[in-house]
Design a protein around this ligand. Structure first.
Ligand code: UT7
Length: 330
């Protein structure tokens, strides 16, 4: 029997219209455009504003975009996986809510919570459903409304994050295209450096947790930076070695967009020049689970069938990983 792989057959994306620029942030906290650009590479981010708007409102247009490009009805989707740290609610899951908003009646789905590595965890999970032979159309979305958990009085975090969603459709392939290998890792001892303290079963929401601002992101930037630089670079290199991929075999690095300096370090370790690195952090900031699919969405016109691309991420948990994809779409 021929081996089934999960090919990416369509890509969708969505970012809200409202912008939050470095100049806007200069008026909100003690910061400046020069600091933000040189330390992170970010110039502006998109923010989902308005009453009653949630992460599912980012997921829905991204999935509609993907379906329109592939020429399918959303009801053909069999399983929807949403990677997010900002679900609409703790339950029901955002995949559930999104299916309802999309009018999807025949799919099941679930959320995956793995912070900035969420998309890679979800892509690997979605790919195994296709590889099992049981499913023909699985959609994997990375989506986060980071503005809902950012403290806009904390200059160390509020300059970093933005809102957005990116989605890919996975379908079976027997010619060797699609998700070919992943190395995924986690280390829970890193949780102390990057987390949201309250809102879960450990510290349920209360007036006190709100007063202590424990429903916002907490990040100790320097240790996270240190672990991210080595973690993302090492795992990408490990994936190359394991699959006998040389720098010249790789067409694109698709890195999580947290900090341009982390991305540069990973590209150097892999022996890749800047022209082979997808970068859109300047326009979106860090959209957590959405960064990697939003890169694919932005750069799709540059990708060619057969290109070897390496997706790499590092984030809260710590979670990190790298995935090798052979591009299918012409
Ligand atoms: O995606 C999930 C994983 N997250 C990451 O990968 C993020 C990893 N960390 C980072 O990217 C970086 O640590 C940051 C961009 C968050 C911070 O950059 P840094 O070079 O590590 O800066 P720092 O925290 O060491 O701060 C340097 C200085 C400090 O001032 P002093 O103590 O040297 O006087 C900060 O108080 O910059 C100050 N600072 C700021 N200044 C202007 C911190 N935030 C700001 C700001 N504007 N927004």
């Amino acid at each position: 029997m021929q081996k089934i792989t999960a090919a990416i057959t369509s890509v969708g994306g969505y970012v809200p219209e409202d912008l939050l620029t470095n100049e806007d942030l200069e008026k909100m906290v003690e910061t400046n455009d020069e600091w933000i650009r040189t330390r992170t590479g970010i110039v502006e981010r998109h923010i989902l504003r308005g009453e009653g708007k949630a992460t599912s409102d980012l997921v829905v247009p991204a999935v509609r975009d993907l379906c329109a490009k592939r020429g399918i009805d959303p009801n053909e989707i069999e399983c929807l996986i949403v990677a997010t740290v900002t679900p609409d609610m703790l339950f029901p899951n955002t995949a559930n809510v999104s299916c309802d908003k999309l009018g999807i009646k025949n799919a099941w789905g679930f959320d995956i919570l793995a912070a900035c590595s969420g998309f890679l965890y979800a892509l690997t999970t979605g790919a195994s459903l296709i590889e099992s032979g049981r499913y023909k159309k699985v959609v994997v979305v990375g989506a986060d409304k980071m503005s809902s958990i950012v403290d806009y009085t904390d200059r160390t975090t509020c300059i970093l994050f933005g809102d957005g969603a990116g989605a890919v459709l996975l379908e079976p392939n027997t010619e060797g295209f699609g998700v070919l290998d992943s190395i995924l890792k986690s280390d829970g001892s890193g949780g102390k450096y990057l987390h949201m303290k309250a809102g879960g079963s450990l510290n349920p929401p209360s007036a006190e947790t709100v007063a202590r601002k424990e429903h916002f992101i907490y990040q100790d930037g320097q240790p996270v930076f240190k672990f991210a630089v080595t973690g993302m670079a090492d795992v990408s290199y490990e994936l190359m070695e394991k699959n006998h991929l040389k720098s010249e075999d790789i067409a694109w690095l698709v890195p999580h967009q947290a900090n341009k300096r982390i991305i540069d370090a990973t590209a150097r370790r892999m022996g890749l020049s800047d022209e082979k690195v997808m970068l859109n952090i300047q326009r979106y900031g860090n959209t957590t689970a959405a960064t990697i699919p939003l890169c694919l969405w932005d750069f799709q016109s540059k990708l060619k069938k057969g290109d070897n691309i390496v997706l790499a991420a590092f984030g809260g948990g710590f979670t990190w990983g790298a995935t090798w994809v052979k591009w299918f779409i012409n």
